[in-house]
Write a protein that binds this ligand. Sequence first.
Ligand code: CP
Length: 303
Amino acid sequence: MKNKSLVSITDYSKEEYLKILSLAEEFEKEPNQDLLRNKIVACLFFEPSTRTRLSFESAVNKLGGRVIGFSDASSSSVTKGETLKDTIKMVNNYCDLIVMRHPLEGAAKYASEISKVPIVNAGDGANQHPSQTLLDLYSIRKTQGKLENLKISMIGDLKYGRTVHSLLMAMSYFKPEFFFISPVELKMPDEYKRYLDKVKVKYTENLDFANYLPESDIVYMTRVQKERFSDPIEYEKTKNAYVLRNSMLDNSKPNMRILHPLPRVNEIDVDVDDNPKAYYFDQAQNGVYVRQAIITSILGIKS
Ligand code: CP
């Protein structure tokens, strides 16, 4: 992993996922360590973020490193017409690692081909969000005690939801069964279903999620992402397709946990928040330890 960019979850092997998860366990026990002294991480966010940016920044700060960057591209020279290529070449002079979120699919890969320092993709359009996937794996293993043979419902926007795309690819190593629940307009893209067929992972597609709640180990909710729709009418048609309420959880398995990459809008009713099966806020907390593991691995400080 040393000096290797993390652009797609497929950049890492199964063994590398497990290595990151073990390191994250160590960081969870001891998050404040002086491991990044004299290291600078640039966080370049061309698209809004709360959890990803702040948890990366928190991860670096807890390890004694420094953070530079921007949280809004309008405060950078992009507004003067500077290209992504020039921006990356410049930021290379100022840091040891770049964490970048960009609205365009493929932007992180392009940046990694130009950059002299490693790039961590913090989300590129509807494509990939690999650090989120690693924290999702961590959260799944922590709550289930294993990653193998789990039944996972993915609910909501499966077309534009980059977190579900990365997660299904990573989980495919661990013999899962998926239930894909979405409106017709937001179905899981064929390329991911072809991938699952190729690696012989079972999945079912359905419009109705109530039938699948009782047998799920993980219920992975997603937001219908307004910012990905070119037609506001299409967004209005689908935005309230699925709302999880506390009363729907009565017949769920004792080990079942609800995950969501967040932010949520209204797809999980607030009455679920106090249910012990609601794990989404803990999941976001896990992001700090997992990102500490990713950064220290890529910088060759931990192996
Ligand atoms: N999970 C996630 O990517 O959240 P943010 O958009 O707030 O970073």
